[in-house]
Ligand binder design. Structure first.
Ligand SMILES: *[C@@H]1O[C@H](CO)[C@@H](O)[C@H](O)[C@H]1NC(C)=O
Ligand SMILES: *[C@@H]1O[C@H](CO)[C@@H](O)[C@H](O)[C@H]1NC(C)=O
Ligand SMILES: *[C@@H]1O[C@H](CO)[C@@H](O)[C@H](O)[C@H]1NC(C)=O
Ligand SMILES: *[C@@H]1O[C@H](CO)[C@@H](O)[C@H](O)[C@H]1NC(C)=O
Ligand SMILES: *[C@@H]1O[C@H](CO)[C@@H](O)[C@H](O)[C@H]1NC(C)=O
Ligand SMILES: *[C@@H]1O[C@H](CO)[C@@H](O)[C@H](O)[C@H]1NC(C)=O
Ligand SMILES: [Ca+2]
Ligand SMILES: [Ca+2]
Length: 714
């Protein structure tokens, strides 16, 4: 089936092959002035843009647009605009309704009581229901602690999975994994970080980048005088059969306070204690100070707080010593010896350690690789952990600590209370202070995802626009400078595709919108009326067009292209400063937005008469998670579906190449999708399909070569 959709409601359906994805373009047959997309790069699109040709070929059925009373026209202006033509059988829908039945037959028994759960077979079973088992034996399962879904667990996510969490500054995110950063890439700080062998560096980021590569503890302490006899060393001393922790530093010998001593910290100690304990601690044990056997125990202790990723306790947050009271608890090492452990009914961490189900989703890294916190549908309430929408539980002390931990910044929202400001004097070692500085420097360097609000609501370029603004089914006219990252791709003088500005000299659009012929194209910024420039409009020639190597015009897989703008003379910039143009952010993780999130699409539609002189429109759509159900094998990796659950707003109303933009909790806008294809405009069960930009983050970064393409996770 093939389709043409204008922004608002002009959808021309052609029945060719069900296997073929169809691009959404604004081309339509009335529009004789439009050039065709030349067949050498996109034969599919070229054919679609001239439906008459298809008619002649006889391969497709084509009906004239007509009004459809079922499509809820809301006002006079809506009526007659929508034209949906259906000619093909709806095999997809049929098979969806069939599959549940098949499943239920294939999978009859889910409960341990086999006989009970079996479906009744005629003649072989008594009609009377069997009695229920008397003891229900409630055993806790993973699911009791909000664990899941299974597809998540299968991904073996750990704290190094940067599709779900941020990498620390001494690592960088490549293809979904935090890999070691080059030490020289760490920004210079005014802290002096000493290593265990007495060397001095400009930041802990550097020492940790070195440690990351060597996988050996390296950092010792912050000081201007890196003398090895002041090194921070952790060891233990026996009290009976208990191993009591000691920290040796220039402050002398200290015990480790029992408060804040948790499994994450104990893991760090055990891993460093012996290679046999590479899976860390069995539990975070403590004992009372008065119960220590023997003489001459230190009378002060240092509080230690670890994330769990550290290679030694020296890298953790260490508080200055405090005197110990008799009843106070001190930390005891209890390392994990897997050979002694009963493993059934336990959760298997990605690193092979086993932990109790009760340790899942409590915000604390029990595993040692944080894999017990990576697939959570919620967090255990009594633990006070905080839930990030990427499915990660983080400890309460990471909330409002000034560092973004959830991908969307949910943990740093004002509604979570005031920012916790720590007194630097409290700390012996404070890695967080440095991380905070490095992160905020990096994040402030790149400006994206925030419109220039001074311009958003200014209608001065067209004074009458407010009056003429009207709501339409599934779309609303924008204000002149409202959608500041929207661009128009002009091909041989006319516009039939949108695009989105990434910053610098880069624009993102759909592969089926362009050909590798930069001279034919121009990019129009701050365009509002499709065919009339406003005072802020800028039109910029194109230097280079990069189409995804594996773009397939048959399936529309990898329907993504980068447009590089021509630099201005004697400059490395491509445009003069323009207050009405802002870049959108590029999402680096496929988990940044989730099904059911509301996002917006934008593009140039057509007016009632189908004429192209129209105003940029936008509409809300919802991300749809289970799109295989609608499009089966035509829905391929790198695609995303979005639409209105009721089918009122259809994503096929956006121009090809135009952006699907989602805003995160902190208010930053990301280009989550590029309008690619779809069929059956304006109906439920046939959502629009978008190129999922996050899937192509590494491709974008590689091709733009622009380190700062994303605000976070550089
Ligand atoms: C996850 O780990 C298990 C066990 O080591 C392995 O069998 C599986 O292939 C891994 N899955 C992925 C996606 O790497
Ligand atoms: C533990 O850390 C110390 C430095 O704190 C280091 O000298 C030692 O080699 C580490 N042990 C292991 C097993 O990595
Ligand atoms: C682990 O337990 C086994 C059996 O109890 C014991 O032989 C082994 O020495 C223990 N390993 C460590 C490192 O304590
Ligand atoms: C840049 O300079 C060249 C040659 O000097 C000139 O032809 C061209 O028009 C200039 N382009 C712009 C954008 O000023
Ligand atoms: C999305 O919303 C619908 C209805 O509001 C709800 O039934 C569904 O469970 C939600 N899906 C997800 C993944 O949250
Ligand atoms: C779009 O969605 C946002 C957020 O859900 C909502 O505030 C806004 O009113 C919606 N706008 C339209 C035109 O539907
Ligand atoms: Ca845990
Ligand atoms: Ca935080």
């Amino acid at each position: 089936m093939r389709i043409l959709c204008a922004f608002i409601f002009i959808c021309v359906l052609q029945s060719a092959s069900l296997e073929k994805a169809e691009p959404i373009t604004t081309q339509q047959k009335q529009d004789v002035t439009k050039p065709k997309i030349p067949p050498e790069t996109n034969p599919e699109a070229a054919v679609e843009q001239t439906p008459d040709v298809n008619l002649e070929k006889g391969a497709n059925r084509l009906s004239k647009p007509k009004s459809d009373p079922n499509l809820e026209p809301k006002s006079e202006s809506d009526a007659d605009q929508r034209s949906d033509v259906e000619e093909t059988t709806d095999s997809d829908i049929k098979s969806t309704t069939e599959s549940p039945n098949t499943n239920s037959q294939q999978n009859p028994a889910n409960t341990p009581e086999k006989g009970q759960a079996k479906p009744k077979e005629t003649g072989t079973k008594p009609t009377k229901p069997e009695p229920r088992p008397t003891k229900p034996e409630p055993k806790s399962t993973k699911e009791d602690f909000f664990w899941g879904p299974p597809q998540c667990e299968q991904q073996n996510y750990t704290r190094l999975s940067c599709s779900k969490v941020f990498c620390p500054p001494w690592r960088r995110c490549i293809a979904g994994v935090c890999v070691c950063q080059m030490p020289y890439k760490c920004p210079r700080q005014d802290t002096h970080a000493c290593t265990l062998d007495g060397a001095e560096f400009y930041s802990m980021c550097q020492t940790n980048a070195i440690a990351c590569r060597a996988n050996k503890p390296t950092f010792s302490h912050f000081s201007r005088t890196c003398k090895t006899d002041e090194n921070v060393q952790t060891t233990f001393r026996n009290s009976g059969d208990k191993r009591v922790l000691e920290i040796h530093s220039k402050k002398g010998k200290m015990l480790v306070c029992g408060s804040e001593w948790n499994i994450a910290a104990a893991n760090v100690f055990c891993r460093n204690d012996s290679t046999e304990y590479y899976r860390g601690a069995e539990r975070a044990s403590k004992m009372q100070y008065v119960e220590l056997e023997g003489e001459d125990w230190p009378d002060q202790c240092m509080k230690v707080r670890c994330t769990g990723s550290e290679l030694s306790l020296a890298e953790c947050t260490i508080y200055n010593p405090t005197p110990i009271k008799e009843k106070q608890q001190v930390a005891v090492a209890n390392c994990y010896n897997e050979t002694t452990k009963e493993q059934s009914m336990k959760f298997r961490c990605v690193n092979g350690k086993y932990v109790n189900y009760g340790k899942l989703c409590d915000g604390i890294d029990d595993c040692g690789d944080n894999s017990d916190e990576m697939c959570c549908q919620d967090c255990q309430k009594k633990t006070n952990a905080f839930w990030c929408p990427s499915g990660v539980c983080i400890p309460r002390h990471a909330v409002r600590d000034g560092v973004r931990d959830c991908l969307g910044g949910e943990d740093e929202l004002e509604e979570n209370g005031p920012i916790v400001e720590n007194d630097p004097k409290e700390f012996f070692t404070d890695p967080l202070a440095e991380i905070k500085k490095i992160r905020s420097t990096a994040e402030s360097k790149l400006q994206c995802g925030v419109p220039n609000m001074d311009y958003v609501y200014k209608a001065e370029d067209d004074g009458s626009s407010r009056q003429r603004r009207k709501r339409l089914v599934g779309g609303e006219e924008s204000l002149p400078t409202q959608i500041q990252w929207q661009v128009a791709i002009q091909d041989e003088g006319s516009i039939h595709c949108g695009g989105v500005y990434l910053g610098g000299c880069w624009v993102l659009t759909a592969a089926h919108c362009v050909r590798p012929k930069p001279k034919s194209f121009r990019v129009k910024f701050s365009l509002w009326r499709k065919n009339r420039k406003q005072s802020t409009t800028d039109s910029i020639p194109v230097k280079k067009i990069i189409i995804h190597e594996n773009y397939d015009a048959q399936t529309y897989v990898n329907d993504i292209a980068l447009v590089q703008l021509e630099e201005l003379n004697l400059s490395d910039k491509c445009m003069l400063d323009n207050p009405a143009i802002r870049a959108v952010c590029v999402p680096w993780s496929t988990q940044q937005f989730q099904p059911n999130d509301t996002c917006t699409i934008s593009g140039w539609g057509r007016d009632k008469a189908g004429m192209s002189a129209s105003i940029l429109k936008w509409a809300n759509v919802t991300i749809i998670g289970d799109c295989q159900n609608f499009y089966k094998h035509r829905f391929l990796p790198g695609m995303e579906c979005a639409g209105d659950l009721e089918g009122k707003v259809d994503s096929c109303q956006g121009d090809s190449g135009g952006p699907l933009v989602c805003k995160d909790a902190s208010g930053l806008s990301y280009v989550w999708g590029i309008v690619s294809w779809g069929d059956k405009c304006g109906e439920p069960n046939h959502p629009g399909v978008y190129t999922k930009v996050a899937h192509y983050f590494d491709w974008i970064r590689f091709n733009t070569g622009w380190a700062a393409v994303t605000k976070f996770n550089q």
